[in-house]
Structures are given as C-alpha cells and as structure tokens.
Ligand binder design. Structure first.
Ligand SMILES: [Zn+2]
Length: 497
C-alpha cells in the first residue's frame, strides 16, 4: 500500500469521525436551545454519551493510529495532505499519552466542579467551589505535565497553551501580554476620563422586537437563516454560541436580554458562522476544515463584532435599518459614541475594546501563578479584586462579579484557554491594517450597506484557509509580516484617542 492509498484510507476513517461529531452537534442543538422537552433529557444524555464513545473508539483504533504514524514523515504527500496528517498526529499523540483512567477522572471532576460552581454563584461565595476547583486544576495539571513530557515543553501550562494555540507557550505569552498591558492600562485611564455615560440603552423592548433586530443584523451580513436555501438558523440560549451541524449548516444563537449588547453578540456569532461556512469546499470532511485554534476562531468573531460592528461605516449602513424597527430619537453620532463607549467594568463579556484585553491578561496571570504554585487557590478572589483595581480601576464587590463570572476554570477543557480571546484581538488588528492597505474601499462599500467587499477579503484571506497554518504563521501568511502587538495599539489609538 503506497502513501496516497494510506492517506485515502485515513481520510475515509476521518470522514466517519467528522460525521459522528456533527451528529453529536445535532443532538446538542435542541438541547442547548431548549427546543426539546425537559423529560427527554435523560435519554438525550445516553444518546450523546454513545456518540462520544463511538468517536473515542474510532480515534483509538490501532489501524487509525498506525496510518497516522506511518504517514507522519511521508515525503509523498502534498502540503494540504501533510497538514491533515500533522493535525491528526497531534491529537493521536495526546490520546496515546494520557490514560483513559485520567480522562475519566477529569470528566467526572469537571462535572462535579460545574455543579459546585452553580451553587457558589447562587450564594456568591467562592469558598463553596474552592475544593472542587483545586481538584480539577490538580488533575488538569497532571494531564498537562504528561503532555509536556510527550511534546517537550518545560512546564505544564505551556503544553496546554500550545495544545490550543500552537506556537505559543508561557514565555511567549508573557512577552506578548506585558507589551499589550503596557499600552492598554494608560490608554484606558485616558479615554475613560474624557467620556460621558449613555442612558438610552436602558430602554427595553419586547422580545419580538429584539428578534427582529438580531434578524436584521444577520440580514445585513447576508447570513441566510430562513430562505429555502438557508445555511443556518438563529436559536435562543443563555450563553450565545455557534454550532456546526454540517459544512453547510452552521447555526448561531442569541440571548434576547439587553438589545444593544445583543447586536454585538449577534455580530460575534455571525463571525464564527461565516468563518465556518466559507471554508474551501475541496477540503470538506478533512481535519483542516473541522476546526481552528481558539485564537484564530476568536479573531474571526471579534473582527465582525468590533472591527466591523463598532466602525462608523457599519453604522452608516445599518442605522437606518435599525430605525425601521425601533423608534430611536437619537442622532447617529450620539448613538455611535454610546455604542462604542469605553466603560471598564467587572464583566469580561461585553467589555469595551480597550478593557477587553486586560480582562484576559488578569485571568492568564492568575492561571500562571496557580500552575506554578505561586498562588494558593483560596487567594484567588483577593488577587482578582486587587488586579481589577490596579489595571481597570474597577471595584469588584463580590465573588460573582469576580472570579466566579466565567465557567472556564470550573469546566475542565477551558483551563489554560483564555489567551485565545486576547490573541484574537491582536491578530485581528494586524489583519485590519492589511485589509485597509489592500482593499481601502471596504468602508465606503459598508457605508452603502454592502458587506460583499469585506466579506470577500475575509473569505479569501481567512475563512477559506481553514486550519492550514498555526496561528502566527497564519497571520504572516495573510499580512506578509511577523505577528506584532503594535497593531492593536495603533488601532485603538486611532479609534479612541
Ligand atoms: Zn467566540
């Protein structure tokens, strides 16, 4: 059997894995969007466990692993084929190095910690979840240490970071985040003192009106969720997310709470959906098209949310459409200033563009100190409060406003994950200037309500590339320049100073 035949066999196994993964997403969809009746929960749990088990089995079959190892250093494959094998090799290496027993323990502890987190939130008391969180971190560090040994990292957090965002480790992030922090902190102080507070966002509208608003945003982006040829749907959830049910079926979700936050959140999820829907069709059902590093995923969603959605050109185009739905007696400029208002608060979700990176840096700094045992778990709430005070000048009143606000540290797979969000903003800024340089008319077109220009750029340069490159290589491929933190600084200064 030659390498091409082996490769084809490997891809045919992967095809079934991909189908199983998307089947699991179908099962999650009506669970997450609460379409299914509550009495179906128990049975649904069993269905999903079965599918997960089948995926696990397929990925651990000897034949599958042998094909991956055989092809790992093959010189008979082209770049795309080599990349597909490399992506599978990374996951196989992880799967073989970590015992099923540890995976099982982690999953049980993650469930338990998630439950304690809910209770802690109800009582606004971190101490309720402290013990479970400590145990979850202990198991995560045990897994990460094994990864570090297999993959040659000098500390467990670096192994975890690189599992999500290959090419980054603790040292690299230290450098990137200290550069970023050095301009974000003073910039935030400067901008905040020169702004006044918007109040017309406090007006509430009916659910029906909010549905119309989110649909009008989706229409503006040409996201087809309701025609005969629809490629998606808009569902309702508490914590918005985008789900890939198939290559041409990617659905977004919205929380119809506050309408202005919802506009941003809808644009965020639209970014994820458009990214997923516009991959290279030749690579459907291969690893390159099935996912990307969190930093690249968040680059695409935070690009639509902020670089497009918080640009005046977008509001020139979209504001008249919004005014057809709600009777806003506010002049466009005033609305825009309010919408892009820089107002540091305790919440990461929905934070303004300058504060956002600092929310992430705080979490990374705490994670790093927990991993290196510089910090004890019972000190987390206090250190959190202190850092919010120092970096954002924000008073955190209780643990719900503080370290209990995100699920990440209380659900196994998202420990060592936060950096992707901040890297996404940094990458997106570098891409933004490349877009400005190469397609300068994009904002004029956007003003006329035409999304095609920017959409074509993103499809060609970002979406269609799938997971062809690791993050920093990807940015270099798009922009022709090495990744640099200076672009976010330039972008924020031009916009807010
Ligand atoms: Zn996202």
């Amino acid at each position: 059997m030659n390498d091409i035949e082996k490769y084809n066999e490997l891809m045919s196994i992967y095809y079934e894995i991909d189908l199983l993964m998307s089947t699991r997403s179908v099962l999650s969809w009506d669970l997450e969007t609460k379409i299914m009746p509550p009495s179906g929960l128990n049975h649904r749990g069993k269905q999903m466990a079965l599918i997960s088990n089948l995926i696990h089995k397929k990925m651990n079959e000897d034949r599958y692993k042998k094909l991956v190892f055989d092809l790992k250093d093959s010189t008979n494959l082209d770049y795309v084929q080599t990349r597909n094998v490399e992506l599978l090799y990374r996951s196989v290496l992880t799967a073989t190095g970590i015992s099923a027993e540890l995976v099982r323990k982690l999953s049980i502890q993650a469930n338990k910690t998630g439950q304690s987190w809910k209770e802690a939130k109800t009582k606004k008391d971190f101490r309720i979840v402290e013990k479970d969180m400590t145990e979850l971190f202990r198991l995560t560090i045990e897994r990460a240490q094994l990864l570090a040994d297999i993959k040659g990292f000098k500390d467990p957090l670096s192994a975890l970071v690189s599992e999500r965002d290959p090419g980054f480790d603790v040292n690299k992030l230290d450098k990137v985040f200290s550069e970023t922090k050095s301009y974000l902190v003073p910039m935030l102080k400067k901008v905040v003192s020169s702004q006044d507070d918007p109040s017309f966002f406090n007006k509430d509208y009916s659910r029906e009106t909010k549905v119309k608003i989110s649909e009008s945003v989706a229409d503006f982006y040409n996201y087809d969720y309701n025609s005969e040829n629809a490629v998606g749907r808009i569902g309702e959830v508490t914590h918005p997310l985008t789900m890939r049910l198939g290559p041409s079926d990617i659905r977004i979700t919205v929380n119809y709470k506050d309408w202005n936050g919802m506009i941003s959140a809808t644009q965020h999820e639209l970014g994820h959906a458009l990214h997923g829907l516009n991959k290279n069709p030749e690579w459907t059902y291969t690893p390159i098209n099935s996912g990307a590093a969190p930093s690249i995923n968040e680059m695409t969603s935070r690009f639509t949310e902020n670089k497009i959605g918080k640009d005046m050109a977008f509001w020139d185009g979209y504001y008249p459409k919004l005014k057809e739905i709600i009777d806003l007696k506010v002049d466009k400029n005033k609305f825009y200033n309010a919408f892009t208002h820089v107002n540091p608060g305790y919440l990461r979700m929905g934070a303004d563009e300058i504060s956002y990176g600092l929310h992430i840096i705080i979490r990374f700094e705490i994670e790093k100190d927990l991993f290196s045992e510089k910090l004890a778990y019972n000190e987390v709430p206090e250190v959190w409060r202190q850092k919010y005070n120092d970096y954002l000048d924000v008073d955190v009143k209780d643990d719900n406003q503080g370290c209990l606000q995100d699920l990440h540290w209380y659900s196994g797979p998202y420990i060592g994950y936060f950096q992707g969000y901040a890297l996404g903003d940094l990458f997106g800024s570098q891409v933004y200037y490349h877009l400005q340089d190469t397609v300068p008319q994009w904002k004029n077109d956007l003003k006329d309500g035409n999304m095609d220009t920017v959409h074509k750029y993103l499809t060609k340069n970002v979406y269609s590339k799938g997971n062809l490159y690791d993050p920093q290589e990807f940015i270099k491929n798009i922009t022709g320049k090495e990744f640099d933190t200076k672009y976010l600084k330039k972008y924020l200064e031009e916009k807010y100073l």
